[in-house]
Design a protein around this ligand. Structure first.
Ligand code: GDP
Ligand code: IMO
Ligand code: MG
Length: 429
């Protein structure tokens, strides 16, 4: 029995949800440990497409417990509508638990997110406007509302009375918009509170118990390494830590409790929102990736920026996350491209480097050095084993693995569950 964290090694949307759904088949507990409904995880099961924003993708596996852990931020109305939608589609959500220690995205947080973006003008981050940043800011400022507070009317009224004066000053005087009262908010959230209350658990105790009992536990990361609050391209980042370390931080486990980390890397690179992107392809290759890969945001519908695979980024992410192996996703999107480019180094102020510099302005000055690989002309979507892949694809996979200094344990060639090639572990070392 073991614990495995799934994390994004780029800027998000690498295909974490589809791998979480696959590994959840063998899991007792699936845990979201950070972020909120800024995530958009698509899982395709036959003719059905599920788009998860908050609920762990493991919910599709009957009998699996799913937890929104301490480190997440929860919009009660979104949680209730996801539950309702899943139930209407015949998915049993009885196994869903919500940690009392998770923070709540309040109605004013989404307003503040929109207003802050508007106020930043050309320096806007391009957030999902779901209130993520303001909710985490209040958490750090110690005026956040937790799920423990949400489900107890007196506690909620007390905490809101502490938070609202400050919030209302900003809303009224800085953003010149409507303010909130304690009663408004309690009234608005009441119907959701009834639905959420029975799901509330001591998240830390639940996860610790699962680990102590040798259960199979899967941690579903959201977002990607390079929008991490500390390690991403600040300020063009999210407000949580989408890296493997947060799977312990956000749940209450210790750093040695993780047995494996599966990094998810797309066979090319995408980014939603503003910020540096050295390998961005502004030409027809970028357009082709966007069309073939259907690269439009699951949460906001925005076209994703597309570019070539950047091995400096993924190599850096392998280290940040202690990734034990990688899943290389969406390889089929590169079908029919004659020459596939991979970033192998950057030229930064006249010097060659092979990692992502921590100063985002230095990162923005990085000029990619590419190596070109011959592409494959046949479709990969039917491949189920390595032997089914053409030589050019095998060479590409091997080159990526060597460059990023990590074994590749799986490759996906389409969004469906079965469009996955598992790579046997080799005994040579
Ligand atoms: P996540 O946020 O990391 O879970 O990724 P998203 O779900 O936002 O984006 C991945 C998109 O690619 C989804 O629409 C998936 O259905 C789709 N997808 C996942 N794996 C593959 C693949 O191997 N090939 C293709 N063509 N699409 C894939
Ligand atoms: P998944 O889990 C891609 C980006 C936003 C914006 C920045 C900050 O589907 O990979 P936020 O609303 O979090 O304050 O926005 O982070 N972003 C994502 N980009 N995939 C995601 O999630 C993202 N979640 C946030 O576009 O640039
Ligand atoms: Mg996504």
């Amino acid at each position: 029995m073991s614990t495995t964290a799934i994390v994004g090694t780029q800027w998000g949307d690498e295909g974490k949800g589809r791998f979480c759904d696959l590994l959840a088949e063998e899991s007792d507990l699936v845990v979201r440990f950070q972020g909120g409904n800024n995530a958009g995880h698509t899982v395709v099961v036959g003719d059905e497409v599920f788009k998860f924003h908050l609920i762990p993708s493991g919910i599709l596996r009957p009998g699996t417990t799913c937890l929104l852990a301490d480190g997440t931020v929860i919009d009660p109305r979104v949680l209730c509508s996801e539950v309702e939608e899943l139930e209407a589609r015949g998915i049993d959500t009885a196994g869903l638990k919500v940690s009392g220690s998770a923070h709540v995205i309040m109605p004013y947080h989404t307003v503040m997110d929109r207003m802050e973006e508007r106020a930043k003008g050309e320096y806007a981050i391009g957030t999902t406007t779901r209130g993520i940043g303001p909710a985490y800011a209040d958490k750090a400022a110690r005026i956040g509302i937790r799920v423990w507070d949400l489900i107890d009317r007196d506690r909620l009224a007390r905490q809101l009375a502490l938070a609202l004066p400050r919030v209302n000053v900003l809303l009224e005087h800085l953003y010149e918009t409507e303010t909130f009262t304690v009663d408004d908010i309690i009234g608005q959230l009441e119907p959701c509170v009834k639905i959420i209350k029975p799901m509330v658990a001591d998240g830390r105790a639940l996860v610790m118990d699962a680990v102590a009992n040798d259960a199979e536990v899967l941690f579903e990361g959201a977002q990607g390494t390079f929008i991490d609050l500390d390690h991403g391209t600040y300020p063009f980042v999210t407000s949580s830590h989408p890296i493997a370390g947060a799977a312990t931080l956000g749940t209450g486990l210790g750093p040695l409790d993780l047995d494996a980390v599966l990094g998810i890397a797309k066979a090319y690179t995408t980014r939603v929102g503003a910020g540096p992107f050295p390998s961005e392809a502004f030409d027809e290759d970028g357009d082709r990736m966007r069309e073939a890969g259907a690269e439009f945001g699951t949460t906001t519908g925005r076209p994703r920026r597309c570019g070539w695979f950047d091995s400096c980024m993924v190599r850096t992410a392998v280290r940040i996350n202690s990734a034990s192996s990688l899943a290389l996703t969406k390889l089929d999107v590169l079908d029919g491209i004659e020459t596939i480019r991979v970033v192998t180094a950057y030229e930064l102020d006249g010097e060659l480097i092979d990692y992502v510099p921590s100063d985002p302005e230095a990162f923005a000055r990085c000029v990619p050095v590419y190596e070109d690989f011959p592409g494959w002309m046949e479709p990969l979507e039917e491949a189920r084993e390595l032997d089914d892949l053409p030589e050019e694809a095998l060479n590409y996979i091997e080159a990526v693995s060597t460059l990023v200094e990590a074994p590749i344990s799986a490759i996906s060639v389409g969004p469906e569950r079965e469009q996955t090639v598992w790579v046997e572990e080799s005994d040579e070392e």
